[in-house]
Write a protein that binds this ligand. Structure first.
Ligand SMILES: NC(=O)c1ccc[n+]([C@@H]2O[C@H](COP(=O)([O-])OP(=O)(O)OC[C@H]3O[C@@H](n4cnc5c(N)ncnc54)[C@H](OP(=O)(O)O)[C@@H]3O)[C@@H](O)[C@H]2O)c1
Length: 284
C-alpha cells in the first residue's frame, strides 16, 4: 500500500490512514451500499465489531468493491465473553469465516472488562493469531494505562493502537498521552458524540472556528484529532458527510484554536454514555 502524506506509522511498521469509517448503525443491504460509497469516496479503513451486527455486510462490501483486497483495511473487535485464550482464538477464526476474509488487517480487544481479569489471556490469543497470519496488526480498545502495562509485561508485545472515547467534550488527552508514551497510536471513537448523544457538532465555539476556516464543524473536529496525532473513525451513512470527513486535513488549525477546542472538555461528565473502562463491562 502506498504511503500517503497523512498516514500514521504504527509501532509494528504498518500504516493506517488518518480517518476510517465507523459503522455503528450501518446495517443490512442498504449498509453495504453505504460502505461501498465510502470506499469509492476514498476510505480505506473500515471499523466494525461483532456487536454492530454488520461484519457480514462489511465482508460483502470488500468482495463487491472494485478495489483489490490488499488496498482495504478491515478492523474488528473481540467481544468480552470470549476473553479466555481458546475461545478467543476460535472466535477470531469464526469471525473471519463470517466475513468471508482470509485475514484481518487490524483486530482489537473491544473492552478490557478488568473485573473479569482475562484480558491478558485474550491478548495472548491475539499475539498468536497474528503469528499465524490471521491478523496483520493487533491492538486494544478502551484500555487504561494499567491494562496496557499488564499485557506488555506478560507478552513483551505492545499493541499498535488503543481505540478510546474522544471528542471535544471528553478529549481524553490523558489517554492520548499515555498511549503516546508507550508508542501506541490513539484511535478516537465517537468523534462527534454519535451525533445525538451530545451536541458537539452544534457547539457555538466550534461553529465559530469552522466559519473562520470556511470548513464544517465535523472537519474542524477531525483535524483537531489529526493534528494531535489521533486517528478518527467517524460513522456516516450520508455520502456528503462521508466526503466532508475525508476532506478534513487539507488545512491547518492554529495552536490557539487547538487549545480552544481542548478547553471544551467537561471531564468525566463529558463521556457520552458514562462508560469508564474500569467500571463498564461489555460482553457482546
Ligand atoms: N471501541 C469502542 O468501544 C467504540 C465505541 C463506540 C464507537 N466506536 C466506533 O466509532 C465509530 C464512530 O462513533 P459513533 O458511531 O458512535 O458516532 P460518531 O462518529 O461520533 O457520530 C456519528 C453521527 O454523526 C453524523 N455525522 C457524521 N459525519 C457528519 C458530518 N460531516 N456532518 C454532520 N453529521 C455527521 C452521522 O450521521 P450520518 O450518518 O447521517 O452522516 C451520525 O449521526 C463507530 O461507528 C464505531 O465504529 C467504537
Amino acid at each position: 500500500m502506498a504511503v500517503n502524506h497523512n498516514d500514521f506509522i504504527l509501532n509494528d511498521g504498518g500504516l493506517l490512514p488518518f480517518v476510517g469509517l465507523g459503522t455503528i448503525g450501518i446495517n443490512g443491504d442498504q449498509g453495504t451500499f453505504e460502505i461501498l460509497n465510502a470506499l469509492n469516496t476514498g476510505y480505506r479503513l473500515i471499523d466494525t465489531s461483532t456487536n454492530y451486527d454488520n461484519e457480514g455486510i462489511v465482508g460483502e462490501a470488500v468482495r463487491r468493491s472494485a478495489l483489490p483486497r490488499e488496498d482495504i483495511l478491515i478492523s474488528t473487535k473481540l467481544p468480552g465473553s470470549y476473553h479466555e485464550y481458546d475461545r478467543a482464538f476460535i472466535f477470531i477464526q469464526e469471525s473471519l469465516r463470517r466475513m468471508g476474509l482470509k485475514y484481518f488487517d487490524k483486530y482489537l480487544i473491544h473492552w478490557p472488562n478488568p473485573k473479569d481479569g482475562k484480558y491478558v489471556e485474550a491478548w495472548k490469543a491475539l499475539v498468536d493469531a497474528q503469528k499465524q497470519g490471521l491478523i496483520r496488526t493487533i491492538g486494544v480498545s478502551n484500555f487504561e494505562p494499567e491494562h496496557l502495562d499488564n499485557i506488555i509485561a506478560e507478552t513483551g508485545v505492545t499493541p499498535a493502537t488503543n481505540q478510546v472515547e474522544r471528542h471535544p467534550y471528553f478529549n481524553n488527552n490523558r489517554m492520548v498521552e499515555e498511549n503516546k508514551k508507550r508508542g501506541v497510536l490513539t484511535e478516537a471513537w465517537s468523534p462527534f458524540g454519535r451525533g445525538y448523544l451530545n451536541d458537539v457538532l452544534q457547539n457555538a465555539t466550534i461553529k465559530e472556528i469552522a466559519d473562520q476556516y470556511d470548513k464544517t464543524p465535523a472537519q474542524i473536529i477531525l483535524n483537531w484529532n489529526y493534528q494531535a496525532g489521533v486517528l478518527t473513525i467517524p460513522k456516516s451513512s450520508n455520502p456528503m458527510h462521508q466526503k466532508d470527513n475525508i476532506d478534513s486535513t487539507n488545512f491547518e488549525l492554529a495552536s490557539e484554536d487547538m487549545k480552544t477546542i481542548d478547553s471544551l472538555d467537561k471531564g468525566e461528565a463529558g463521556r457520552v454514555e458514562g462508560q469508564d473502562p474500569n467500571e463498564y463491562h461489555e460482553y457482546v
